[in-house]
Ligand binder design. Structure first.
Ligand code: TYM
Length: 342
């Protein structure tokens, strides 16, 4: 059985990276897999969240799944805190995972920065909870953006160590699915940083709910460069962009990759179309495309976010279905670990 699990944190400012790197792929995969899409509110509180805003942001992520086209009748959409298996298995994985493994997590190092003593312990064990999310359902495939690759490797290590420690064949070793032309969308202001929900500058990201004027303004102000768009000869043999070329013009190739992903083309097609043109002209085409693709979805998200009872109903119903899937897995886990159930 092929089962997908993936999640997005409800920390506001859902952006083009979340859409192109993850949410759009959820929609594509739903015809071939049984899917569980989670709003990971327990992960969100590893850094401070205003409680009222967390509720709204949880609905925002659910609305983004629905507006992008995930079918809640065929698949499960729910928020993590409504299914207790996540916390329960997360604790067990805290006892399976090793401190040395967590010390290698680059996302923790980036988020904690120089302030390692002051961040929450939750932020540190965050990847163990992520492993619990996936493995509580014995999910086999996990669609994510490139930045989650290391966390998924840890999930695989935890699955293997659990099976090995307890001499069971309980957990599958899940595969990441990192798909499309924009698996790592960069900031519009600085091509060396990834586009993120927490960047203080609104101009660094296009959000899923930006209106046409805002999208146009952000793309106009996006950093590019004075050179013309190159032809396909810059690409490697398999059509991919060599790292050294991307590093020379990170902002230019970020915008070109965003165009390719939105248009569902490969980078070579975009270079073929725009070779020899300047960024002023290209940015106009990118704006038109972004508005065409994001506009209707953003409007639908806004409509859904006003329809609280509908969205909350989907999450509740999804949580019931998710809990029913996790329950037998947790029973197996408790038996394996030796927890007495009376
Ligand atoms: P989060 O909320 O940071 O991001 C949600 C999804 O969006 C992808 N993403 C990007 N893709 C391309 N370019 C970017 N600039 C970009 N920024 C974000 C992320 O890779 C992710 O797929 N730890 C996860 C949430 C999580 C999870 C899980 C995911 C918790 N449990 C279990 C999969 C399975 C996170 O922080 O995603």
């Amino acid at each position: 059985m092929k089962r997908i699990f993936s999640g997005v944190q409800p920390t506001g400012n859902l952006h083009l990276g979340n859409y192109l790197g993850a949410i759009r792929n959820f929609v594509r995969l739903q015809n071939d897999y049984e899917c569980i899409f989670c709003v990971v509110d327990m992960h969100a509180i590893t850094v401070w969240q205003d409680p009222k805003q967390l509720v709204l942001n949880t609905r925002e992520v659910a609305a983004s799944y629905l507006a992008a086209g995930v079918d809640p009748k065929r698949h499960i959409i729910f928020n993590q805190s409504q299914v207790s298996a996540h916390a329960e298995l997360g604790w067990i994985f805290n006892c399976v995972s090793r401190i040395g493994w967590l010390n290698r997590m680059t996302q923790f190092k980036d988020k904690a920065g120089k302030n390692k003593e002051k961040v929450s312990t939750g932020l540190y064990v965050y990847p163990n909870l992520m492993a619990a999310d996936i493995l509580a359902y014995k999910a086999t495939h996990v669609p994510v953006g490139e930045d989650q690759k290391q966390h998924l490797e840890l999930t695989r290590d935890i699955a293997l160590k659990f099976n090995n420690d307890f001499k069971v064949d309980l957990f599958p070793v899940p595969e990441p699915l990192i798909m499309g032309a924009a698996t790592r969308v960069m900031s519009l202001r600085d091509g060396s940083k990834k586009m993120s929900k927490s960047d203080p500058s609104d101009y660094s990201r296009i959000t899923m709910m930006d209106d046409a004027d805002t999208v146009a303004k952000k793309i106009r102000k996006a950093t590019s460069d004075p050179h013309l768009i190159p032809g396909i000869e810059v690409l490697g043999e398999n059509g991919s962009l060599p790292d050294e070329i991307r590093k020379e013009r990170p902002e230019a190739f970020n915008l070109l990759s965003i165009y390719a992903a939105l248009q569902d083309q490969e980078l070579k097609d975009v270079l073929g179309e725009f070779e020899g043109k300047g960024f002023a002209e290209f940015k106009q085409s990118l704006t038109d495309l972004a508005v065409e693709k994001l506009g209707p979805m953003g409007a639908e998200m806004k409509r859904l976010m006003d329809d609280q009872s509908y969205v909350d109903g989907i999450l509740k119903e999804g949580a019931g279905r998710a809990a029913a899937l996790a329950e037998p897995v947790m029973r197996e886990v408790y038996d394996a670990v030796g927890f007495l159930r009376s």
